[in-house]
Design a binder for this molecule. Structure first.
Ligand code: URP
Ligand code: ZN
Ligand code: ZN
Length: 592
């Protein structure tokens, strides 16, 4: 059996062959140690339906053996990793314990959003316990040498779509494959967009919870609002107060499916403000997009290039400006997702200059790519790059990069919405039915490092040196954690924070290819890119899950992260409301 591993696990003092048992029965997943497969078979392995695995496993072994195996597996998996006993000393401070999951990352440069220092990081039971120079490990502590490397918070991707039904298809990464890919690329948490089921938010939440049973890393949800009525308002209450959702997305595009009217947006924004939840917008004028699409079809433009031609950046700018003004009218903060153009950027910039609380989120693809590939004569290549709002002509991405470095835009997402080439092929004769979305959950951390931080001439299209490593932490994790109210549990390497950490080697390189990536998508919009910087280690919940090019992740290990309402974005809004009321100088009391 190709995916049987024969690693040993220490269980109550005995070395036992258990890894294959973990994979079969607990969902433990250890690609390189347990598979004698060539590396380009990784995504194939991820694609195997689990039901077939189980069926094959049952055929292989007598019933008695299976029962014994189940017992061993439950015990082995409950260990949660190699058993390590350690003691760490720091300037007279001694931490010692006889329990599992202890790790010391030594000799690196620890980078937070506001401070960096040469320090070691000591982790116990998934929590960072100490960050200080010269920590000493004794008694067999698991030590990772990070000399000459950056030790930073794991990435938080604020915008993903795993197993999302969309445009008649479902994104081809589920919670397991998408998160495995994320961890291989240094992202340790993501916030996924749950969609209502037939307009019902509670049903949408339950459906996404079910999908997330497969998860292997921490995650949270945003919820989309696709219509407005009392039930929606009640469900928003429930989701915020009881279910840990503190943001709602309003689609101003996708007419006929997810798009909402200005009236619905205003009601939704008001409710968000009352609940302390962040309203988010997909800002494109959906009515005008429909008109643009009809125009392209009438002109005989049916191929992928028709996509960006039909929805030019002015339509993104218009919707962004409208959403900003409606948010100002309601006096609520606003979060604009996937900012793709100068037009949208200018609206955000103006609003922020006037003191309005507007957050702008560029995505890795918008920062690194332009729309040129959508003119490729090969449909398969061109269709890979179709997303909404579309990739823009040259010039926009440079402006987005500059806005990110100057603080006009705040944090980087992916909008990971992968559709494989057979799914994209459905739109071969009509760009309007090409499922919209590109990959990125695995590449974001490297793309941002290479595009924004390093000085390199490795890739001719890359201008870098635009932000510092501390800014890198801010835009890839800390800002997101603050906006969604989970800082400093997430987004920081500080005592008490979750041990979600990456070790990035600035002197190594990373090559991207669909042949080696871990997502299920069979293409990659960054195919062949060689980037400076390599995330060599990912630690998630205190466990080393990515090391030496090997993933070691466990189905069902992911935790749902509750996000409380009223993040810093809401501080002082009541004062602004009061100022507004005073400014009205009304009602005027007139004599009868
Ligand atoms: O093309 C995209 N962005 N697909 C995902 C859905 C969305 O609009 O975020
Ligand atoms: Zn969107
Ligand atoms: Zn999206």
């Amino acid at each position: 059996m190709r995916d049987f591993g024969f690693g040993f696990r220490k269980l109550r003092g005995q070395r036992i062959r258990t890894e294959w048992l973990c994979k079969r029965r607990c969902g433990c997943y250890n690609l390189d140690r347990t598979c004698a497969l060539p590396s380009n078979s990784r995504s194939q392995l991820l694609n195997e339906p689990r039901i077939m695995e189980r069926f094959a496993g049952l055929l292989m072994f007598p019933l008695f053996f299976v029962i014994v195996a189940c017992f061993l597996v439950v015990s082995a998996c409950s260990l949660g990793g190699d058993e390590l006993i350690c003691t760490v000393e720091s300037q007279g401070l001694e931490c010692s314990s006889q329990q599992t999951n202890k790790l010391l990352i030594q000799g690196g440069i620890v980078v937070n959003a506001d401070f960096q220092q040469q320090a070691d990081v000591y982790i116990e039971h998934g929590i960072i316990k100490l960050v200080a120079p010269n920590l000493k490990a004794v008694d067999g502590v698991r030590v990772i040498d990070a000399t000459g490397k950056f030790v930073m918070p794991g990435g938080i991707d604020p915008h993903t779509h795993l197993a999302m039904p969309f445009m008649g298809q479902e994104t081809c990464d589920d919670y397991f494959s998408g998160q495995a890919a994320a961890l291989a690329g240094g992202t340790t948490m993501h916030i996924d967009f749950a969609l209502p089921v037939d307009g019902n938010l509670a049903a949408g939440y339950q459906a996404w919870m079910k999908k997330a049973e497969e998860s292997c890393m921490d995650y949270g949800f945003h919820m989309a609002i696709s219509k407005w009525n009392d039930d929606v308002a009640k469900d928003m209450d429930w989701l915020v107060k009881e279910k840990g959702i503190n943001s709602f997305k309003f689609f101003m595009a996708y007419k006929g499916s997810l798009m909402v009217s200005d009236e619905e947006i205003i009601q939704g924004f008001k409710k968000c403000k009352e609940l302390g939840a962040v309203p988010q917008v997909h800002a494109e004028n959906g009515d005008a997009v429909e008109e643009g699409q009809n125009r392209m079809i009438q002109l005989g433009i049916t191929g992928p290039e028709g996509h960006s031609l039909s929805r030019p950046s002015m339509l993104e700018g218009e919707a962004t400006g409208r959403a900003i003004r409606l948010a100002k009218f309601v006096n609520t903060p606003l979060y604009v997702v996937h900012v793709m153009s100068i037009d949208a950027l200018d609206e955000i910039s103006r609003a922020r200059h006037s003191g309005q609380r507007v957050i702008g989120e560029p995505v890795a693809s918008g920062l690194a790519l332009d729309d040129s590939k959508t003119w490729d004569p090969d449909f398969k290549i061109a269709a890979q790059y179709i997303m909404s709002p579309p990739l823009r002509p040259a010039g926009h991405k440079e402006a987005l990069q500059a806005a990110l470095s100057s603080g006009i835009l705040q944090l980087v997402a992916t909008d990971h919405a992968p559709f494989n080439s057979t799914q994209k092929a459905l739109g071969k004769h009509d760009f309007r039915v090409i499922p919209n979305g590109v990959n990125g959950i695995e590449e974001r951390m490297h793309i941002v490092w290479d595009t924004m931080v390093v000085m390199t001439s490795l890739h001719p299209f890359h201008n870098s040196g635009k932000i510092s490593p501390m800014d890198y932490v801010r835009v890839t994790s800390a800002a997101c954690a603050k906006i969604f109210n989970i800082y400093p549990r997430k987004g920081a390497v500080l005592p008490g924070s979750d041990a979600d950490i990456i070790i990035l080697n600035p002197n190594a390189t990373t090559t991207i290819s669909a042949k080696t990536h871990h997502s299920r998508i069979d293409t990659n919009v960054y195919e062949g890119w060689i980037m400076k910087g390599n995330i060599e280690v990912t630690v998630s919940q205190g466990n080393v899950v990515w090391e030496k090019g090997t993933l070691n992740v466990h189905r069902g290990k992911g935790r749902y992260v509750y996000m409380k309402p009223f993040s810093y974005l809401f501080d002082g809004l009541d004062k602004l409301d009061a100022t507004y009321l005073t400014s009205l100088r009304a009602p005027v009391h007139r004599a009868a």
